[in-house]
Ligand binder design. Structure first.
Ligand SMILES: NC(=O)c1ccc[n+]([C@@H]2O[C@H](COP(=O)([O-])OP(=O)(O)OC[C@H]3O[C@@H](n4cnc5c(N)ncnc54)[C@H](OP(=O)(O)O)[C@@H]3O)[C@@H](O)[C@H]2O)c1
Length: 371
């Protein structure tokens, strides 16, 4: 082990669902073939992390475990089979872990075991701990090199702000899956949450016109202002969800041709009709990326009559990450506060971090733990 890597490190450990996290000293793992030891710089916090670990959302995962989601880190050391990654390299640490002998088996690091026999085993026995720690042992293929000079020096991104990739990336996975094209019009709904806001940011960066739907008019107005501050020519419209399916469909149709929909309805919005309104407003052959939860996403006959393509999407593919990093490094996104306003917390302040994350929501807002 390299001399500057401590034999023990601090990590946020959850003993069982519903218990408070504790900062514990864990022994620092040695990277073996197929893994890298990563010094975590900024670990993203979800608006609903508290609900997951508190048992309010019934995500399944083994305990005890170190919490987390995706993160930005630096390679501390690599296993003997690494060919390109080197100590000191800035990386995006991705939370989607795939089985190496079956890429169709995957799970979300420190969040969800995906309930498949293979993924449950892999999470329990091999890749159990997440990124809420000073060091994390990460599959080599989950380490994505970032060009630090380009991103941090030339484009001026702060390392902690780069952790916002973990939200943008998810939206990009859905948008790329439905092949959003520059110049197309897409409805993002609801757009006022973290992932919805990320959907607006990414769709605009991809050159689309965005119609952002939400219940909260104040937040919608902020979303519009944020988008225009980042790019005065941003093609952004906002629509309030009234709860009346027909009225909302008519309002959307008044904007002209709509090519696509990106949906991030949370479980508590299962019965909301906004997605049905959006899919009913689509042109013939319109596409929908359904990344959230909706009981009744389409009017059946409208879907058939208009050849609507309804595509579910969990997260993204490896190729999406590589493509997304190219977009970011090429300068397609806004910078500074027009990219993201990040609030930072230490590991011991995890409870405040979770509480603030549940409120510091929406476009361009993000909370990280800096271990
Ligand atoms: N497929 C995937 O890979 C993937 C990845 C990440 C997340 N997700 C899902 O996406 C969901 C949204 O994530 P998020 O981070 O944006 O959540 P969030 O930050 O908690 O925001 C929730 C959003 O849903 C809206 N909402 C809440 N209750 C609603 C209702 N009854 N009717 C209509 N809108 C309602 C909120 O609007 P208000 O401001 O009006 O409350 C807000 O826009 C998550 O719950 C998660 O399940 C899926």
């Amino acid at each position: 082990m390299a001399h500057n890597i401590p034999s023990e490190h601090r990590a946020l450990v959850l003993e069982k669902v519903g218990s408070p996290f504790e900062v514990k000293l864990l022994s620092t793992p040695q990277p073996t073939s197929g893994s890298a030891l990563v010094r975590i710089e900024a670990a993203s916090v979800l608006s609903y992390h508290g609900e997951i670990y508190g048992g309010v959302r019934s995500y399944t995962f083994p305990t005890p475990l170190v919490g987390g989601y995706s993160a930005i880190g630096r390679i501390a050391s690599v296993g003997p089979d690494a060919t390109t990654l080197q100590a000191g390299q800035l990386i995006y640490v991705d939370c989607v872990i795939h089985a190496r002998d079956n890429p169709d088996i995957q799970f979300l690091s420190a969040l969800h075991d995906s309930s498949h026999e293979g993924s449950v085993k892999l999470m329990r026995d091999v890749w159990r701990n997440g990124n809420f720690a000073e060091y994390a042992n990460v599959p080599l293929e989950n380490c994505y090199a970032l060009n630090e000079t380009r991103l941090c020096t030339e484009l001026g991104y702060h390392i902690r702000d780069l952790a916002h990739i973990s939200f943008l990336m998810v939206a990009y996975g859905g948008l790329r899956d439905i092949r959003l094209e520059p110049g197309e019009t897409i409805v993002v709904c609801p757009a006022t949450g973290n992932f919805g806001g990320a959907g607006v940011q990414v769709a605009l960066a991809m050159g689309a016109r965005v119609i952002a739907m939400g219940r909260n008019e104040t937040e919608l107005a902020r979303l519009r202002e944020f988008s225009l501050e980042g790019s005065p020519t941003a093609n952004i419209e906002i629509v309030k969800i009234t709860g009346d399916e027909k009225i909302d469909t008519a309002t959307l149709k008044s904007f002209g041709t709509i090519d696509a929909v990106l949906d991030f309805t949370p479980p508590q919005g299962l019965k909301s009709t906004h997605l049905r309104s959006a899919t009913s407003a689509l042109r013939r052959n319109g596409r929908v990326s359904m990344m959230g939860f909706s009981d009744s996403p389409v009017v059946p006959w409208t879907m058939v009559a208009n050849n609507i393509k309804l595509m579910g999407k969990l997260m993204y593919e490896r190729a999406d990450i590589i493509q997304f990093v190219k977009m970011l490094e090429s300068g397609l996104f806004s910078r500074g506060k027009n990219f993201v306003d990040t609030k930072t917390f230490r590991l011991e302040d995890w409870n405040s971090a979770f509480q603030v994350a549940a409120e510091h929501m929406g476009i361009g807002r993000h909370v990280v733990l800096e271990p």
